[in-house]
Design a protein around this ligand. Structure first.
Ligand SMILES: C[S@@+](CC[C@H](N)C(=O)[O-])C[C@H]1O[C@@H](n2cnc3c(N)ncnc32)[C@H](O)[C@@H]1O
Length: 291
């Protein structure tokens, strides 16, 4: 039976009770995540063929690091959409268009793009299946939808450490307050296929948790900002969160970060079915990029 895709929170939303963009340092928190993942994201986008001539849409663009890197890679244009564009407006570059919009609103955008990209956005939003279908509709024939979100790599047999206790409380607390749900992220290839895209593929990158690294600083800051949500689960108290922040910044840390799963799916050319009747080898470049 397919899992039911419905809101899990008490009605809170990303950017309200948790991660409000107006809170001091929120842009820097997003940038720490970007520092940990931008090279991986851009390597994948380049391998898919993204480059000169491409019209791109970056959904939930945050501080715009991927949008600007796309332009540096020579794409024709990037439309960066976010529910709050204060960080995007502060760092504009030629070719970057910024639009304030809520992607959960029906018909939030019209137009077609060769690349539609969304990183660390859909995991925070309800109605994932509908949103993936809506984003797929914005991809032009022959173009690609690329989705990246977090995968939780802790499990029943993960050793009990200050890190694992707090990570468990963080996912549970975010789910209860704003509806963040990473449990369906491994289903993205299937969801892309269900949205009419193909071929599809996916990969996971796990950045090493080294003291002072961007990903370690990202988690420490994320825990501070979601502390109330974590305490609300009853799984941790303030002392446990403080201990986890100290542990993460120390040589003692022996843990696996959440990973970033990137899944992509190609929009069939007009009049052709999924896979265009061709395999990736004869229809696209070695990595699936359009020739
Ligand atoms: C964790 S940040 C990720 C930013 C960027 N994509 C990155 O990976 O660096 C999530 C972003 O999604 C935006 N966002 C959240 N809900 C949204 C919605 N309903 N519509 C548009 N943007 C949204 C937030 O404002 C925030 O900028």
């Amino acid at each position: 039976m397919e899992p039911i895709d419905e809101p899990l929170s008490g009605g809170g939303r990303y950017g309200e009770a948790v991660f409000p963009p107006g809170q001091a340092g929120e842009g820097e928190r997003i940038d720490f995540g970007a520092l940990a993942y931008d090279d991986i994201t851009m390597a994948r986008l380049r391998a898919l063929g993204v480059g000169p001539g491409w019209r791109c849409l970056d959904v939930g663009a945050g501080t715009g690091t991927v949008s600007r890197s796309l332009l540096a890679a020579g794409v024709a244009s990037v439309l960066a959409v976010d529910r709050d564009v204060r960080f995007l407006g502060a760092r504009t570059v030629p070719g970057l268009d910024v639009r304030e919009a809520d992607i959960t609103a029906p018909d939030f955008l019209s137009g077609r793009f060769r690349l539609v990209h969304a990183r660390f956005v859909l995991m925070h939003l309800p109605e994932r299946d509908r949103l993936i279908t809506a984003l797929a509709a914005l991809v032009e024939p022959g173009g690609v939808l690329v989705l990246s979100d977090a995968v939780d790599l802790t499990g029943d047999r993960t050793p009990e450490t200050p890190y694992s206790r707090v990570m468990r409380a963080m996912w549970q607390g975010l789910r209860a307050t704003i509806g963040t749900d990473v449990s369906r992220v491994p289903s993205y290839p299937h969801l892309l296929r269900a949205a009419g895209l193909g071929p599809v593929a996916a990969e996971i990158h796990v950045p090493p948790l080294l003291p002072g690294s961007p990903i370690s600083r990202f988690w420490a800051d994320t825990w501070e900002r979601s502390r109330a949500a974590m305490l609300g689960t009853g799984l941790v108290d303030d002392t446990a969160v403080d201990e986890a922040v100290r542990y993460l910044g120390s040589e003692e840390c022996a843990a696996l970060s959440a990973g970033m799963l990137t899944a992509w799916g190609w929009k069939p050319e007009n009049g052709r079915g999924l896979d265009n009747g061709r395999g990736p080898e004869n229809g696209r470049g070695a990595e699936g990029g359009a020739r």
